[in-house]
Design a protein around this ligand. Structure first.
Ligand code: SF4
Length: 233
C-alpha cells in the first residue's frame, strides 16, 4: 500500500523530534532510506554543500535549481559546474513566463515594484510545480543566517506543499560550513569571494553585499521589509 500525505506528516513530526541532534549525513541517510527517488535537494547554487552531503549518501540524487531568468552568470556557472563534476542529477526549473513575457504583462522591473509577486511567479510557482513528483525536499537553511531562520527545524512538515521538508545543516554555523567546504573541496559560487554572503537574483533591489556587522541575509531585498522569497514561508 502506498503511503499518503498523512503518513508523511506523521513521519515528519516524529523525525523532527528524533533527528534534532543527528549529523547532517545521518539526516540525509534517513531521507534517502525513507523516500528514495522521491527525495530531492534544492539549491540556490550559492554553494554546493548540501548537494555534496546528499550525494555522499545518495549518489545520483536530484538537485533542483530554480532558474528565475535573473541570476548572476556566476550562479549559472556554479550550477553547470555542479552538474559536470558531482554525482548528482541537476534539474533546472523555469517560470511559466520568460522575463520578457513577464515585462509585457506586468511592466518592466517588477522586482523593484512588487518583489512578492515577482518571487511568486519566478520562484514559488516553479518550485511548487517542480516538487510535485517528490515526497520530501532538502534545503540549505541554517539557523544562524538570520533571525527569521533561527527556529528552522531539521525535519518538519511543509503544510503548503504537503511534503516533508528537511534542513540537514540547520544547526551548522558559518564556521561549520567553511570547515566542510575546506575539507571536501566543495564548489562555491565565486561571488562569495567578492563580499556577497547571500546570493539571489541579480537586480540590486534583490541582492547586494551586506554592510559591516549586518547579518548574512541583510542584502536581500534590502530596505523593502521583505526577508524571504516565499519558498520558506
Ligand atoms: S529575487 Fe528578485 S528578481 Fe528574483 S524572483 Fe524575487 S523579486 Fe524577482
Amino acid at each position: 500500500m502506498s503511503s499518503t500525505a498523512t503518513d508523511h506528516e506523521a513521519i515528519a513530526v516524529r523525525a523532527g523530534r528524533e533527528l534534532e541532534e543527528a549529523t547532517a549525513q545521518e539526516v540525509l541517510r534517513w531521507a534517502a532510506d525513507t523516500f528514495g527517488a522521491r527525495f530531492c535537494v534544492t539549491s540556490s547554487m550559492e554553494d554546493a554543500v548540501v548537494a555534496h552531503l546528499a550525494s555522499s549518501v545518495f549518489p545520483g540524487v536530484d538537485v533542483v535549481f530554480l532558474d528565475t531568468g535573473y541570476h548572476f552568470p556566476e550562479t549559472l556557472g556554479t550550477r553547470d559546474a555542479v552538474a559536470a563534476t558531482m554525482p548528482v542529477n541537476v534539474i533546472t526549473l523555469t517560470p511559466l513566463r520568460t522575463v520578457a513575457e513577464q515585462d509585457a504583462e506586468h511592466g518592466p522591473a517588477l522586482h523593484d515594484r512588487d518583489p512578492d509577486l515577482c518571487c511568486s511567479l519566478r520562484k514559488v510557482e516553479p518550485l511548487n510545480r517542480g516538487l510535485a513528483g517528490y515526497d520530501a525536499w532538502a534545503t540549505g537553511l541554517r539557523r544562524d543566517e538570520s533571525p527569521t531562520r533561527a527556529n528552522t527545524p531539521v525535519v518538519s512538515w511543509d503544510p503548503k506543499r504537503r511534503k516533508v521538508k528537511i534542513a540537514p545543516i540547520a544547526r551548522w554555523t558559518q564556521e561549520d560550513v567553511d570547515a566542510y567546504v575546506a575539507a571536501h573541496g566543495v564548489l562555491l559560487n565565486p561571488l562569495l569571494w567578492e563580499g556577497y554572503t547571500s546570493i539571489g537574483c541579480s537586480p540590486l533591489s534583490c541582492t547586494r553585499k551586506p554592510g559591516e556587522g549586518e547579518d548574512a541575509r541583510a542584502g536581500r531585498w534590502s530596505g523593502s521589509g521583505k526577508t524571504e522569497c516565499g519558498i520558506h514561508l
